[in-house]
Design a binder for this molecule. Structure first.
Ligand code: GLA
Length: 748
């Protein structure tokens, strides 16, 4: 890995084993982007890539010159108004009302490693040799607003992390009405735009469309990254697929309002913008004040979507997530939510836990309803003290009882929220986000605490820390069950109200930082009505997230498949629940529910006492299986094989590091009679190794399985009787491949 600068041509070349990223300083000082893609040879001069040309209806920067127009130059951080008409990376409103700015190169530094971003989640290095960082110092000469652009290139993989920091070095007050984390101009538009969109209980469905001239975007203005869209997009060449071809992923490490946008101009170049959503954003910068954007990560590969995802998985698993749980297989848990909802007693909880313990489950999680006056969703949020009628000895006693069973104990919180029927609201009615003179909308009868105010974050921290100090708690599920409305804070003046959405998220991060620092052994799982805040920002604090409130195995195939494009399997919260399923009323076989949940953190969300003995026996076997294979499933290399968005069959697989073992999940939605012959080409195996297939006991070389495929034909489908085990709707299988031994390697 290296970052080179040529003084004569004023060109930067960031290069590692996989990629090159090249940019140059224009004669006027603006930064132009020249190339981002597969690694190429270093040269002193790449200026031929600046295709300046005289075109009709063009505005030019310099009098007497008809070549330099920023409209036709690919820029690193384009601003609007001085010949560039595309959507800008930044906009600065000045005291005289002007919105024009012009950031010019002053100097740069190159340093080892990667600096942390104050108050914000970001990727990191453990050893400074893992990455190098280029900081460009730019300045707008009229306002004296300085702009630092950070570029970190990691030693391996096509990874560049970027962010921007503004510092008002002038004397006049400025307002940033837009400050994107990343602006990237690509030389053509021959891409498909992939995004991960949906709604509550159908999060992160893969959507794909061809880029066309004009603007295409996804984003959130809900105060959370949202169920509806995810701060992650991919541009891929139309011919690229899971196994091959060029793809670039753009991911924002942020949990609030965001915009991810592709703009194709009249000449078919593409501008990507990624960052905080500029609508509702306005950040006041007084003299010497600064603003740091969240970090954006972009990853390039020429080896297809699976490789792109694997690069994200590794980076986010190892260099974004932190803490003692980062590298550990995750405990198999049982959560009481779908088993009891609000209707539980201590005795019932212990019963549920005891049966789960008998089945080998390791962690019991008490969900919503244990605190204050909470017996339904109208009351109690904000009062984080145990309801003594339900739990006579409080959380401390319940945690002790669970630990006596030989299990860990976990607890649900929803720290950012309050019900009007709560002590907290009665004491501090002005602590919610609400707009003067207007009524406050609710979501699930609850209101959002103003986390832009440090004293409110402090208060909630003390409430939570008290419980964590007193009771033995190993896990926290941190929920967030509504989006923000009437966003306004009583603590800030009129000209700072545009900061509240972002300050709110900074408050959330602050609380997470303090709790994870004081209680480093606790495993945090993020949640927002399921997957409403499943984003890289929270992965920094909570290495796993509840992927969706939809626990139906068939729906989960799409949700988990979509989620896997960016997020590691170790981060995907997935449970086996009861049938008929509570979201869809669908009845799926127990083995399919488990086969789907294995590709995630794995757990149960039901009362195992209510299963038949035969089912309980099956659960024991599932738990044993997961304990044996969870390292491989959660930390192995994951491949998508067959998409649920394309047809009746879904397949995916995980392979361990030395390729001696693989688990393939195969799922068929509707059964078929007298069905076709089918094969699935596997990936990631060692072509030279010989593997035993647990289904038929036969041996196959890796190259056979990857080229001619694994035979999955179900000739018996539709038949019953005799020895034939009838297959069914919502059926699934797990194939386990084990390398026979290294001596099984063929030399041919
Ligand atoms: C949200 C979560 C659920 C559960 C409930 C409790 O919907 O996603 O898993 O915790 O809240 O109210």
């Amino acid at each position: 890995m290296s970052i080179r600068y040529n003084e004569h041509t004023r060109t930067f070349h960031l290069q590692n084993d996989t990629i090159s990223y090249i940019m140059t300083v224009l004669p006027g000082g603006q930064m132009a982007g020249l190339y981002f893609g597969s690694r190429i040879h270093h040269k002193e001069d790449f200026s031929y890539l600046l295709e300046t040309a005289s075109r009709p209806m063009t505005s030019y920067l310099y009098e007497g010159d008809r070549t330099i127009s920023l409209e036709h130059i690919k820029q690193e951080y384009g601003v609007y108004g001085s010949t560039d008409y595309r959507q800008p990376a930044a906009e600065v409103i000045q005291e005289n009302g002007s919105r024009i700015s012009d950031f010019r190169y002053i100097r740069h530094t190159i340093s080892e490693g990667k600096p942390a971003l104050p108050g914000l989640p970001a990727t990191y290095t453990e050893d400074s040799s893992e990455a190098e960082t280029l900081t460009l110092f730019l300045k707008d000469p009229v306002t004296n607003l300085s702009l630092k652009l950070f570029y970190t290139i990691f030693a391996r993989g096509g990874i560049i992390a970027r962010s921007a920091r503004f510092i008002n070095e002038g004397t006049k007050t400025l307002h940033l009405s837009r400050a994107m984390s990343l602006c990237m101009d690509l030389p053509d538009s021959d891409y498909e735009f992939l995004h991960f969109s949906g709604a509550w209980a159908r999060e992160r469905h893969l959507k794909k469309r061809k880029l066309e001239q004009g603007i295409q975007s996804v984003g959130s203005m809900r105060g959370n990254s949202s169920h509806n869209h995810n701060p992650f997009i991919i541009l891929k060449r139309p011919s690229a697929d899971e196994e091959k071809g060029e793809c670039i992923g753009f991911s924002l490490i942020y949990s609030g309002n965001f915009l991810a946008q592709a703009e194709v101009d009249a000449y078919d170049t593409t501008r990507i913008l990624l960052g905080i959503h500029p609508d509702c954003f306005d950040w006041k910068l007084e003299e010497n004040e600064s603003f740091q954007t969240p970090e954006a990560v972009m990853i390039y590969t020429s080896h297809g979507l699976n490789h792109l995802s694997q690069t994200f998985h590794k980076l986010y698993q190892k260099r974004l997530a932190r803490g003692v749980w980062r590298d550990r297989p995750r405990p198999i848990l049982i959560n009481n939510w779908e088993a009891t909802y609000f209707d539980f007693t201590q005795e019932r909880l212990v019963d549920i836990a005891a049966k789960a313990r008998d089945c080998g489950v390791e962690l019991f999680v008490l969900d919503d309803g244990w605190f204050g006056a909470r017996r339904n969703d109208h009351a109690g949020l904000g009062d984080w003290t145990a309801n003594r009628k339900l739990l006579p000895g409080g959380i401390t006693e319940l945690a002790k009882k669970i630990e006596e069973l030989g299990m860990m104990f976990g607890l649900w919180f929803e720290p950012e929220m309050v019900n009007k029927d709560s002590e907290l609201y009665r004491t501090h009615p002005d602590w919610i986000l609400s707009t003067p003179g207007r009524s406050s909308s609710h979501g699930r009868q609850q209101y959002v605490l103003d986390f832009s105010r440090p004293e409110i974050v402090d208060y909630i921290y003390e409430q939570m820390a008290k419980i964590l100090r007193e009771a033995s708690i190993s896990y926290i599920k941190w929920d967030m069950n509504r989006s923000i409305t009437e966003c306004y804070s009583y603590a800030y003046p009129a000209d700072r109200q545009g900061e509240i959405f972002h300050r709110y998220i900074l408050g959330v991060y602050d609380l997470y930082e303090r709790l994870t620092s004081e209680f480093p052994k606790v495993l945090f799982e993020s949640c927002a009505s399921g997957g409403g805040r499943f984003d890289p920002g929270l992965l920094y604090y909570a290495p796993q997230g509840w992927a969706s409130d939809d626990t139906d195995a068939v729906e989960r195939l799409k949700i988990q498949y979509g989620t896997s494009y960016c997020y590691p399997i170790s981060s995907i919260g997935s449970h086996v629940s009861i049938t008929p399923n509570h979201q869809l009323n669908r009845i799926t076989p127990l083995h399919t529910r488990a086969n789907t949940a294995y590709f995630g953190t794995f757990g149960y969300e039901l009362d195992l006492n209510k299963l038949t003995e035969e089912e309980q026996e099956a659960v024991k076997q599932q738990v044993l299986f997961m304990k044996k294979y969870r390292r491989l499933l959660q930390y192995g290399t994951f491949y998508r094989l067959c998409s649920p968005f394309d047809g009746n069959v879904t397949a995916w697989m995980a392979v361990n590091e030395d390729k001696t073992c693989a688990v393939i999940g195969w799922y068929r939605i509707l059964n078929q009679t007298n069905s076709s012959f089918t094969r699935i080409r596997l990936q990631g195996l060692d072509p030279e190794m010989c593997y035993t297939n647990n289904m038929d006991g036969q041996s196959y070389f890796g190259d056979e399985l990857m080229n001619l495929g694994l035979i999955t034909t179900d000739a018996a489908a539709g038949e019953a009787g005799g020895d034939i085990i009838p297959s069914c709707d919502f059926d699934s299988r797990l194939y386990i491949l084990k390398a026979e031994s290294l001596s099984g390697k063929s030399s041919s």
